[in-house]
Design a protein around this ligand. Structure first.
Ligand code: ZN
Length: 136
């Protein structure tokens, strides 16, 4: 695992949280993205090397919707950048961690991602992410 790439925060109202986090961080989001597979709208802020990803659910059966229902708004996941997501997934599996998918998925912000079940990580949802290299 390399650096913490971003921290995901589940919010009920993306526009209200945009205003709040813009004030908090004294900067504006650099990207807004809809991720259909996860049922979320996202906003990304940059704070030095680490990003903040705000997540608002777009449907009542999405993972973020059920997270907010159970635990309220707040930190949803921590994402670590990895150099080789397949190798890291294999390593974690061999260490007994439960992965939420067998293959990396296309996530927001041009990343291949995979989640580690919070039950195997002290209640913290962990995301692995690797930048998708686009051929020149
Ligand atoms: Zn994320």
């Amino acid at each position: 695992m390399l650096n913490i790439e971003h921290i995901g925060i589940a919010v009920k109202d993306l526009m209200a949280s945009n205003t709040l986090f813009s004030k908090l961080l004294d900067s504006f989001p650099y990207k807004e993205e809809y991720v259909e597979s996860e049922g979320v709208k996202t906003l990304f802020f940059k704070t030095g090397q680490t990003k903040i990803e705000l997540l608002e659910s777009t449907r009542s059966d999405s993972p973020v919707a059920s997270f907010i229902e159970k635990r309220g708004e707040g930190i949803h996941h921590i994402a670590f950048e990895v150099a080789d997501i397949w190798a890291e997934m294999a390593r974690l599996k061999s260490e007994g961690f439960v992965l939420l998918s067998d293959e990396p998925k296309k996530g927001a912000d041009n990343k291949l991602i995979c989640f580690v079940h919070p039950k195997s990580a002290n209640g913290v949802l962990i995301e692995l992410c690797q930048e998708i290299q686009t051929p020149e």
